[in-house]
Design a protein around this ligand. Sequence first.
Ligand code: COA
Length: 197
Amino acid sequence: MSDAAQHAPAAAASPVFRTVAEGDLTLDDHEALAAMLARTFDSYDHWYAGARSWAGMQPELRVVARHGDVVVAHAGLRRQFVTVGETDLLVTAVGMVAVSPAAQGTGLGGELLRQVDAALERLGSRFGLLETGEAVQGFYRRAGWLPLHAVTGHYTAFSADGAGVLVSQDEGWLIREVGATAAEWPAGDIRWNGQMV
Ligand SMILES: CC(C)(COP(=O)(O)OP(=O)(O)OC[C@H]1O[C@@H](n2cnc3c(N)ncnc32)[C@H](O)[C@@H]1OP(=O)(O)O)[C@@H](O)C(=O)NCCC(=O)NCCS
């Protein structure tokens, strides 16, 4: 190895992605994830205290990218039944999608969503579902997520003290076709009957 290569900064290496089941995470993993999520969602940092690496529903599967030991990108997935109109539907909720502030805008988020697609296939529900603000919708649409129009979603908001508050959200619902097409998505409002990831 050349002298220059030996002294190349570790940060120059590409992050390594892993998709890991929740039950395989160690306490150290939860702490590293919580620290990264608190950095990225800084107005929610009181949720990601210590080893609490989730805010609403705890995921069942995570996509995690690391530079060495440092978590630089993350997404959480969990299969859940939701009621859409009159239909009970198994979806995979996707949330806590985050790229560390210092690494944003470098393509890592795009790669994260490609890894999320593979995780959605692995979990086998027919649709991915998420909710996001107007400012980030373009990021998901570029990666193939489809907006639902004129749909209100009702869910229980997470709160640090455990209180459940019903929230009705009129905008920002997106689906990902996994084993079905958007034409098969039922008509009507979404009732989560609980928290989102
Ligand atoms: C949203 C986020 C995950 C994007 O990650 P990123 O690494 O900055 O995104 P990338 O650099 O990989 O961008 C991928 C593509 O999406 C586009 N994009 C990124 N952010 C976007 C945004 N807010 N709106 C529209 N397009 C966006 C990029 O231009 C790029 O497009 P291209 O492939 O045509 O070049 C990251 O900015 C983040 O963690 N933000 C704070 C947390 C957050 O808002 N998470 C989403 C919660 S629902």
